[in-house]
Ligand binder design. Structure first.
Ligand code: A2P
Length: 259
């Protein structure tokens, strides 16, 4: 049996010249936990060309959603960006990944730190009721260079609070904090700097990060992941893994790196 399902593209949305999202059909046998990724791609010369992409759709939705970026000369993304409704893509039958709440100990506040397309896994995490049953406050931090790159802001601010399943949770427990480094914006600066200076906590009206009460997931460029990890370890946070839940987990964002 093949390790892949064939899916059909349902819609494509271009956020900027380089950032785009698309939805596909979902084989009913495909299951995943919020925060996981799948291998997706195209058949090129009869061979599968695959890259990891986080599932941005909720685990209960009947379509799959992916948030991707065009890597110049990237073998897959340079092709994926031309996808249109009706095209076929292949999706691995299994999903995996470390950014799942099962890898975290119980706590009071859950911080989701994503830069660029590193937001993607957290889109499924914030649509999962389980997230809000485990944590009192869920703080979603999305850092980008430009305002135009703050994809999904409208969905998070305007659509999700009215959602039938998670709307109440979102209204009372989700704090969305977008930030930008290279344009004028109300929240300006790097995530790590806003944490180190304490400005973030003043803005979201929560106490400074504390390993006793806070849990953190990080997804972004290798540099972001390295620096965020250093910052968390210096504050006494312990890294979690499969079978060994702890206080933070991270994953390097995929699309940017692997083309
Ligand atoms: P900056 O504009 O100062 O580089 P990228 O597109 O390179 O992945 O960056 C996405 C966002 O993450 C940008 O706002 C960028 O800020 C920020 N960023 C990149 N590297 C780091 C890092 N090591 N620590 C904190 N923020 C970072």
């Amino acid at each position: 049996m093949s390790n892949f399902n064939q899916e059909r593209v349902l819609s494509v949305h271009h956020w900027t010249d380089t950032l785009f999202s698309f939805t596909t059909t979902r084989n009913p046998s495909f299951h995943f936990r919020s925060g996981e990724f799948a291998m997706i791609g195209l058949k090129v010369d009869e061979k599968p060309l695959l890259r990891a992409h986080s599932l941005a759709s909720a685990h209960y939705e009947d379509r799959l959603e992916f948030f991707s970026t065009k890597v110049p000369d990237g073998p897959l993304t340079s092709r994926l960006q031309h996808l249109k409704a009706g095209d076929e893509i292949i999706v691995s039958r299994e999903a995996t990944g470390t950014l799942v709440i099962d890898n975290l100990e119980d706590g009071r506040n859950l911080y989701l730190i994503g830069t660029g397309t590193g937001l993607a896994p957290f889109l499924s995490v914030i649509k999962d009721p389980e997230t809000y049953l485990r944590f009192q406050n869920v703080v979603l931090l999305h850092g980008c260079r430009r305002v135009a790159e703050l994809a999904y802001g409208e969905m998070i601010m305007e659509k999700l609070p009215g959602d039938e399943l998670v709307g109440d949770f979102v209204r009372y427990q989700l704090i969305y904090y977008p930030m930008v480094t290279r344009d004028r914006f109300r929240n300006r600066g790097r995530i790590t700097d806003l944490i180190a200076s304490g400005k973030l906590f003043t803005d979201v009206e929560l106490p400074e990060l504390d390993p006793q009460h806070d849990r953190v997931m990080v997804c972004g460029s290798p540099a972001l992941v390295r620096d965020a990890r250093e910052l968390l370890v210096a504050k006494g946070f312990v890294e979690g893994d499969h079978g060994e839940p702890a206080q933070f987990v991270f994953e390097k964002e995929f699309a940017e790196r692997n083309g």
